[in-house]
Design a protein around this ligand. Structure first.
Ligand code: DGL
Length: 271
């Protein structure tokens, strides 16, 4: 047994999609969440910027004595896994991309899978590699969706919001044109606007939530190391961000449906 917390990070609110799934699956686990709201969005950053930012995030979480890190950010997973593994000094580091590809593979009937993701994730080709490792013949349509994260961080999550609707329709168009039957929400922010995305896609399209998919991998990694927490106790929840603490707490609470409170703002560059 290991009762230390799990470290989880994202550029902002997106990783809360993984937090919601973790709290449901393993309510006894404690966690420390960091949202790098001062540096969001990550999706328009270069690989070297992402390695640097992700390194700060890992060092911060290490300073909180976590037992493992869940990289609840596709953009960091796609671009900075080597840098993060180095910084983690032996702590398990679990990303989101392989888990999302594994969740999508059994869902597709036609072998046509689309990935909605940030520009930096699409550019990395990480999803094509992960999907083709499982389904070599799959046709992958990867669509960069740069307008979504700024809208979500700004609180535009109502499916009727005109800016959100127009962005969702624009990004759904290539998915519909290529007749994908399965869509990976390859950015952890996107399940927050699942309603708007679903409304823009062909009815019946299967959606995969990358943050939620990664929780199974994380728990399996803990189990394998005999590092699960104490199932008889309730886990503790700590939230940190690097800017706009109040908006983070407000939007996070609205999404999760339980209070995201006592959010501490930190200067992540110090780590
Ligand atoms: N939520 C993150 C991801 O999964 C980062 C989005 C962003 O900041 O651009 O890629």
């Amino acid at each position: 047994m290991d009762t230390r917390p799990i470290g989880i990070f994202d550029s902002g609110l997106g990783g809360l999609t993984a937090v919601g799934a973790l709290v449901q699956a393993a309510p006894w686990e404690s966690f420390v969440y960091f949202g790098d709201t001062a540096n969001a969005p990550y999706g328009d950053k270069t690989r070297s910027e992402l390695a640097e930012l992700s390194g700060h995030n890992i060092r911060f979480l290490r300073s909180r004595h976590v037992k493992a890190v869940l990289v609840a950010c596709n953009t960091s997973t796609a671009n900075a896994m080597d840098a993060m593994t180095g910084e983690a000094r032996g702590l398990p580091v679990v990303g989101v991309i392989r888990a999302a590809a594994q969740a999508a593979a059994p869902l597709t009937k036609t072998g046509r899978i689309a990935v909605l993701a940030t520009a930096a994730t699409v550019r990395s080709g990480a999803y094509e590699r992960a999907i083709h490792a499982l389904l070599p013949e799959a046709e992958v349509t990867a669509v960069a969706c740069p307008r979504l994260v700024p809208l979500i961080e700004g609180g535009h999550t109502d499916p009727a919001d005109p800016a959100l609707r127009s962005a969702a329709e624009e990004y759904a168009a290539p998915v519909r044109a290529n007749r994908a039957d399965t869509v990976i929400l390859g950015c952890t922010h996107y399940p927050i606007v699942r309603g708007a995305i679903e409304a823009a896609l062909e009815p019946g399209t299967a959606l995969v939530d990358s943050g939620a998919a990664s929780v199974g991998t994380l728990l399996a990694a803990l189990e394998a190391r005999d590092a699960m927490g104490d199932r008889k106790s309730a886990g503790t929840r700590q939230f940190f961000c690097s800017a706009r603490r109040e908006a983070f707490a407000r939007h996070g609470t609205a999404f999760l449906g339980w209070p995201v409170e006592n959010v501490t703002e930190i200067d992540i560059r110090k780590y």
